[in-house]
Design a binder for this molecule. Structure first.
Ligand SMILES: [Ca+2]
Ligand SMILES: [Ca+2]
Length: 251
């Protein structure tokens, strides 16, 4: 009995060793691939444990944590660190810490996305490939259990500047303008973020282009992010631009 039990329990290990040879681990619903980007950091789900291979590391992470989306495996020490979504790293990661594996999907499968830490966990933001007017963009974010991106802190502003940096000619090339969640649709001149809070005056002076918001021709009630101009500016809500949504990540 004892032997047959051991044989059965060792079967998954055999499969795991097979997958280890191709540096990709398939676990139910999720595929983990080697991630060589040094500018991302793991968000640990626990201090980790000793593991025999990278794939068994990934497999245990996926088995034990519903929110497992990454794992760091150190071939030398055999230490396995389970992780959730990856966060952008301010400087290049120390690659001797181990090999990073992450799911092909990030931010619920959105192609162009990034994550960031917030008080209530790891948050996710993504750029929609579609261009919509402000109201439709807002509705599309809500349909994705999200809202238009809010910029109420330096950190949130830095994230945008990092992902969508200034290019001095791009304002006039009519691109790289993205809707964010800020408008004065309800009351002219009173700008409200998508989370319902009001835009603070000192912050308004910092994030808007000098002289903006100007409600030009009396029709500008919605705000775009354009790194090379402002970075914020109020423009007509019926213009169509790509837009940035933000949400809390979920499994
Ligand atoms: Ca206005
Ligand atoms: Ca304006």
């Amino acid at each position: 009995m004892e032997n047959s039990h051991n044989m059965l329990s060792s079967l998954p290990s055999v499969l795991i060793l097979f997958f280890a040879a191709i540096s990709t681990a398939a676990v139910p619903g999720r595929t983990f691939k080697r991630n060589t980007d040094p500018l991302v950091d793991i968000v640990p789900l626990s201090p980790g444990w000793t593991e025999t291979s990278s794939v068994s590391c990934v497999a245990r992470c996926a088995r034990e944590f519903l929110t497992c989306r990454s794992a760091l495996f150190n071939k030398v020490t055999r230490h396995c660190t389970p992780g959730s979504w990856l966060l952008p790293s301010p400087s290049a990661r120390d690659l001797t810490q181990g090999t990073l594996y992450s799911t092909a999907m990030s931010c619920n499968g959105k192609a162009e996305s990034f994550t960031y830490a917030a008080d209530n966990g790891v948050m996710c933001a993504w750029l929609s490939p579609r261009r919509l007017n402000y109201i439709s963009a807002r509705e599309d974010c809500i349909a994705n259990q999200a809202r238009l991106y809010t910029i109420r802190t330096d950190e949130k502003l830095e994230l945008l500047l990092r992902h969508y940096p200034p290019d001095r000619d791009q304002y006039h090339q009519d691109k790289d303008r993205y809707w964010i969640g800020l408008d004065d649709l309800e009351n002219e001149g009173l700008f409200i973020w998508a989370d319902g809070t009001a835009l603070a005056d000192e912050w308004k002076a910092r994030v808007f282009h000098p002289g903006q918001p100007d409600d030009h021709l009396g029709v500008e009630d919605c705000v775009i992010y354009n790194a090379s101009f402002g970075p914020l500016n109020d423009i007509p809500c019926n213009d169509s631009w790509q837009y940035i949504c933000e949400t809390e990540t979920s499994a």
